[in-house]
Structure formats: structure tokens, C-alpha cells
Design a protein. Structure first.
Lengths: 265, 303
């Protein structure tokens, strides 16, 4: 399979994620659509390390966006495409939260929030101590920033000057029940990370050009990209909707969603 | 025991540049030499146990043999989910080292008493639990553990524990007999083993001969059915809650193996206690010292 451009991967992955959540009746399609552009830019922009090897490695801390994650990784050649049909099915190797067990490019099984960043600090520190090149790429959700473990890690990462850490927050402003700002206010979010001495940029989380420039930028400090996204992006009735954190589309909704994102099979 | 541990770890680090020591801002007067000699294999993670344990998993996934050093409950309870999800789920080679098992930090209160850690740690899949009884066994446990690639928990005393074993007595994970007697069996683990040995000497003066046997590895447990089967009366002694610790582990084994002996659990009560004082005072208060053991033995034997 020839390598696809990030926009092509993203479109195919959005379609796959919709089909996967339709077929399995599993969630989290809203979070998946929010994250797919970010991960597509990442997975096509660099050769990701697999099987736990050190290098440019991927850690998806918002493990619940599994459908989207698996779809992107399949369309960018990291896992077999036909595996996607088994998502959240009995006996499948693709569960509802990303697992490292069956997916060599996933470095940490997540699902409980606030685990990806501390783990990645360990990976980044190991590379620094061992003199190994490569970035540790971490995708966090914004609601996940409620977890204190992230702030512990943020503090230490800047203390250790882990310039080989590139974190993206999928900033869709929506968490489990309400907006992040109505739940536990995160703003001013960029300023918080700046105060922790991180290199912070804010981008349009659906602009591949902006994402690419931000995620792969160089700095002598740990890098944070706040990617402003829309939960359920590209599907009008899923956008900014709390219920679509949980729901899966029925056949009719699937057809109209595929149509809205501009996918024709 | 903490000095024995860190000395042995220093020796191991001389041979292996993948040994990595993380401390949770603890170890004053203990860890400095290691830090000085192996700065590239050392990190103080600060007072942030969740991040410390997640980071330990990350380092282990990168090929390091990681030792996380802290005291009392801190490397267990504050970061339990990191141990469960990041270390156990990923089956990583991280050794969690808790100094100050049981009531070592007696006067510091319940916040510092590591008396419910075994119950929690044994529930974690694939976790090996070492509970050495003296400095010699601590060194041997550490050296033995290096070949094990999976998660490990070391439950260690603090300082000043006497040497009980000779250099060759422990064969992990087998149980180690310390005194020989046919009247009653005391099964124990960790630094409190010394109280049982003292009790055995006191009882000998009264004409009662007991066997004291120390169990260095609580999980996986090498249950010695033949030994236990020789006794009608067995005491399990531990510096841990009677809920979830060695007494619980052995009760299960007694039931599963059809052992008919009378079993008494000597440990800390299953309620939050507010007694403050030295380890010696607290052991006496809860009747876990040599005198308390002697009384319990006499009671069980009808003397």
C-alpha cells in the first residue's frame, strides 16, 4: 500500500470510525472525530516506533478515542485494515480503549485518564539518558487535564528539560457531562502550561498545516500544542454534543454522517 | 535493612548500567552514595508518587530495571492505579521498594504505618512480594529478584534490624526454619520474625519447644504443606492487618490444602487504631512482641 497523505488518512479514518462504532454499537465517536486530524498528521508525518522500541513513539493517553485511533493507524499502515471490522467485538484485539497488547505502535494501554504523560516522561527521560534520538508524542484530552498526575508530570518534564516530548491536547471543550469550563474550569489553559515553563502553541486542531508545523516544531523545552477542535467534527448532529460521547450511529445516521464528511465508498 | 538494600543495589549497579533508582524525595543519609556514583541511573522524582510510578513504567518499557524507593504507604496507595495499569498491565520490570514496613514509623501515626499493603499488593496480578526478615535476607532477595522481569514489591524494615539468618539459609521462595520444636508452629514474615525467635527462647525456659519459620516470598507462595501438617497448633505472626495479610494468605492455603490445625492470626486489628509510640511500644500494645507471643502460645497449648 502506498503511503497516503494526512488528509486522505483522516477522511478514511473518520469513515472507518463511524462504520466501526455503527457495527459494534460501541462509543466514543465524538472523541474520535475530534482527534483524528491530530493523529493523522502525526502518523503520516513521522515513522512511528513499534514494539516498544525507543524513537519517535506514540502514546495515546485519551484511550477512549480508540475507534478513531485504530482507524488512523490502519489507514496509515501500522495495523491491518481488516482488523478494524472486529472493533469492540467479542474476542477482538481492538478494544474500546487502546491497548498495547495487540497493537505494536501503541506503547501504553490506557483508558484510565492521566496515565499517558507520566509514562511518556519516563520514555523521554530514558532516551535522553541513553542518547537515543526521537520524540515522544502524547495525545491528551482536555478533560483529562483535571487529573493531577498530568501536572506532576508537567512539572518534572520541564525540570528535566525534556525537549524530546511533544504533547498535543485535543481541546474540544467538552467532557463527560458538560463543557470543560462548566465542569472544572481549565482556562487560561495555555498560560498554565506556560507557567510550568513549557513551549506552548495554540492551533486550529483540524488544520493539517498548522498541526504539522506545531507537532514537529523544535524547542529546547517540552512542547505543548493546544489543538482547538470540535468534538464530533464534520458531522453536524454529532458536533459539540455530549450524548455523542456515548452513542453509536444507527444505519440512517451512519449514511448521513458519511455523506457529511464527504466520504463515498 | 534499608542500608543493606541500598548497598546491594549499588553493587548491582556496578555490574549493570540498566539498574535505575527513582526516589520519591526520601532516603536522606541513605541514597547519596548511589546518586553520586551513578548519576545517570538515578532520579529524585519529587513528592509526586503518581507521576513517579508512571514514569517508572516508562523507563522500564525502555529497557531499564527500575527500582522505586519510598517509605511506608507512599509507593503503594497514592499510586496504586499507576502500579496496576502502567506496570502490571504492561508486565514491566519495576521493583517497588517500601522502607518502613509495619509499624517502623510508629510515632508518625497511621498515615505512615504500612500495615495494609500486603493485602493490596497481593491482589495485583503477577506481582512478586518479597518480605525479608533481616539485612542478610534483604540482600539475597534483591539479588535473586534481578532475574525476574515482572513487577516486584519489597516490604522492608527501616533500620537497626539484627541479622537472623546466616549467609546461606534462605533459598527463595522456600520457607526458612529458624528454631525447631514440635509443640507449636509460628509462621511469620519480615522484621517481626525476631520477636518470634525471642519468644521461642523464652518458651524454651518454660519447657515449650516451638518452631519459628520465616516466609520470605508472600507471592507466589511456596506453601509447605508437609511442614504445616506436622502441627496441631499454628500461629501466624505479622506486622500487618489481620485482614488481607499473611494470616489471610495462609488461611486460604490451610483451607485449600485441607490442613486441620488450629490457626490463630496475630496481627493488627481490622480497625483504624490511634495508638502512637515506638515500634517496640506498638508491638507490645498489640501483643505482637515476644511477651505477647509467649502468652498466646501458652493459651493455645492450655498452659
Amino acid at each position: 500500500m502506498s503511503k497516503l497523505e494526512s488528509r486522505e488518512v483522516a477522511l478514511l479514518a473518520k469513515a472507518s470510525a463511524l462504520q466501526m462504532t455503527f457495527a459494534s454499537k460501541a462509543s466514543h465517536i465524538g472523541s474520535s472525530l475530534s482527534m483524528i486530524d491530530i493523529l493523522s498528521v502525526l502518523s503520516t508525518g513521522v515513522e512511528l516506533a513499534t514494539n516498544g522500541k525507543l524513537g519517535n513513539e506514540l502514546i495515546i493517553s485519551k484511550g477512549h478515542a480508540a475507534a478513531g485511533a485504530y482507524a488512523v493507524l490502519a489507514h496509515s499502515g501500522y495495523i491491518p485494515l481488516d482488523l478494524l471490522e472486529t472493533y469492540s467485538m467479542d474476542g477482538s484485539s481492538l478494544g474500546g480503549h487502546v491497548t498495547s497488547t495487540y497493537v505494536p505502535v501503541i506503547n501504553l494501554s490506557t483508558g484510565s485518564l492521566g496515565h499517558g504523560l507520566p509514562f511518556s516522561v519516563g520514555r523521554a527521560l530514558a532516551k535522553k539518558r541513553l542518547g537515543i534520538e526521537g520524540q515522544s508524542f502524547v495525545i491528551l484530552s482536555d478533560g483529562e487535564c483535571d487529573e493531577g498526575s498530568n501536572w506532576e508530570a508537567a512539572l518534572l518534564a520541564s525540570h528535566l528539560e525534556l525537549e524530546n516530548l511533544s504533547v498535543v491536547i485535543d481541546r474540544n471543550f467538552l467532557q463527560s457531562l458538560k463543557s470543560t469550563e462548566d465542569t472544572v474550569r481549565l482556562e487560561p489553559l495555555a498560560e498554565k502550561w506556560l507557567a510550568f515553563n513549557w513551549d506552548v502553541v495554540v492551533v486550529d486542531g483540524h488544520s493539517h498545516v498548522e498541526l504539522h508545523e506545531a507537532i514537529f516544531r523544535k524547542s529546547n523545552r517540552p512542547k505543548l500544542t493546544i489543538a482547538n477542535t470540535v468534538k464530533g467534527h464534520g458531522v453536524s448532529f454529532m458536533e459539540n454534543s455530549v450524548p455523542w460521547h456515548y452513542k453509536s450511529p444507527n444505519a440512517e445516521e451512519l449514511a448521513s454522517a458519511l455523506n457529511e464528511i464527504g466520504y463515498s465508498s | 535493612m534499608r542500608n543493606a538494600f541500598i548497598d546491594e543495589l549499588t553493587l548491582l549497579a556496578e555490574e549493570d548500567d540498566k539498574i535505575f533508582l527513582i526516589i520519591g524525595d526520601l532516603g536522606f543519609g541513605v541514597i547519596e552514595n548511589f546518586e553520586k556514583r551513578f548519576p545517570n541511573q538515578f532520579l529524585n522524582a519529587g513528592v509526586a508518587e503518581q507521576n513517579m510510578m508512571g514514569m517508572a513504567a516508562g523507563l522500564a518499557s525502555a529497557g531499564y530495571k527500575v527500582f522505586v524507593y519510598s517509605i511506608g504507604n507512599f509507593p503503594v496507595f497514592r499510586c496504586l492505579e499507576q502500579i496496576r495499569n502502567d506496570i502490571c498491565y504492561e508486565e514491566l520490570n519495576v521493583s517497588i521498594v517500601s522502607i518502613g514496613a509495619g509499624l517502623s514509623y510508629g510515632t508518625l501515626g497511621y498515615s505512615h504505618h504500612a500495615i495494609d499493603d500486603i493485602g493490596v499488593m497481593r491482589a495485583l496480578p503477577g506481582m512478586t512480594i518479597y518480605s525479608p526478615a533481616d539485612p542478610i535476607e534483604t540482600r539475597r532477595a534483591l539479588r535473586e529478584s534481578v532475574s525476574i522481569q515482572s513487577p516486584k514489591y519489597f516490604r522492608l524494615g527501616k533500620s537497626g534490624e539484627p541479622n537472623i539468618f546466616n549467609q546461606t539459609s534462605t533459598v527463595f521462595p522456600n520457607w526458612t526454619g529458624l528454631t525447631n520444636g514440635n509443640d507449636l508452629l509460628v509462621l511469620t514474615t519480615g522484621a517481626i520474625t525476631n520477636e518470634a525467635i525471642e519468644a521461642a527462647a523464652l518458651l524454651q525456659n518454660l519447657g515449650i519447644e516451638i518452631s519459628v519459620v520465616a516466609i520470605p516470598v508472600l507471592k507466589p507462595l511456596a506453601f509447605d504443606k508437609n511442614l504445616v501438617g506436622r502441627f496441631d497448633n499454628v500461629i501466624v505472626l505479622e506486622e500487618h492487618s489481620t485482614s488481607g495479610g499473611l494470616g489471610t494468605i495462609l488461611s486460604e492455603q490451610f483451607a485449600l490444602n485441607g490442613v486441620k490445625a488450629n490457626l490463630v492470626k496475630l496481627g493488627l486489628p481490622d480497625y483504624v487504631h490511634h495508638e502512637l509510640g515506638s515500634q517496640k511500644h506498638l508491638r507490645h500494645h498489640f501483643k505482637l512482641d515476644a511477651v505477647g507471643i509467649v502468652d498466646k502460645v501458652k493459651q493455645m497449648l492450655g498452659n
